[in-house]
Design a protein around this ligand. Sequence first.
Ligand code: ZN
Ligand code: ZN
Length: 336
Amino acid sequence: MTDSTEFTPGDPRKPWLWHPELPIQYPPVLVWPPRPIAFLGWLFGRGVLFSQYMLFVGLAAIAWYFTPAFERMASFEAGWIAEIWLRNAVLFTVVTGGLHLWFHTFRGQGDRRKYDPKPLDTHNPKFLFGNQLWDNVFWCLASGVTVVTAYEVLIWWAWANGYVGLFTWDDGPVWFVALFFVLTFIQSAHFYFVHRLLHWKPLYRFHDLHHNNVNIGPWSGIAMHPVEHIIYLSSMILHLVIATHPLHMLYQSFFLTIGASTGHTGYENVDVKGRNVMNVGNLFHQLHHRYYNCNYGQMQVPLDKWFGSFHDGTAEATTRIMKQNLRMKAGKPSVS
Ligand SMILES: [Zn+2]
Ligand SMILES: [Zn+2]
């Protein structure tokens, strides 16, 4: 076991500039046997309390402040819908653009905690404008922010008309807090299943655009085809089914969009002068971009482990997944 490596071309045991300790471990939540001490450390440490999840809660509070009055949202009108789109586009650009500037433009931490040695593509015809960054920016803002805004608008409209109930802090503080966790876990499970579906041949043509990004940057997060955006963001519908609060809905919206930006930075964490400011990326999803038929889900719910598609980052797992890929290409059923 090691917690670092040096990239060596052609050596399957050294495919990354840097990687965390292998094999990759799921957080101590849905694991057996239970690990209560590790769970508490995760909950009150970098797992939750000092994690990017708190950033999403903070962004939700800011966005709520910049949300039009309820009375205006009772009927669909271009004015307030445009305000929500603009607020989402600005917040998304500030965080995603900030991450890109730090990691890739100014190379604020150089290659520290960077997984893939390659820079982003600047001359590649498979991307719009031949440029990975501008292609990604286009799909994020033109389609991603627009589709998530559409879901959000629908939810605000339903709330403003009283079609769906709201759940406030006074209705039950414990459930109010628990809902953030419940939504996170439901969303993660939802992502696993819709992502597997997107790898099904008839739908893969919509997912292919996201997979143009083999090496990834923050803007690759929701660089997707509009059809994929509609499918990927569809877990927002939960807020039309169960009573939640605007903070829950906005948290989930940022988890799905800006959470994808942080998860695609290509780096493990934001490191300022050797100090870990925040864990952002994850090798788990970077492996999916490199080897495709593995790690469809997220780290919160170990569905990949349960369904045999887990790549734990080791050379043995790479060999197993590559063999599966060859079998799938040959039209034979995959074996785990
Ligand atoms: Zn991705
Ligand atoms: Zn995929």
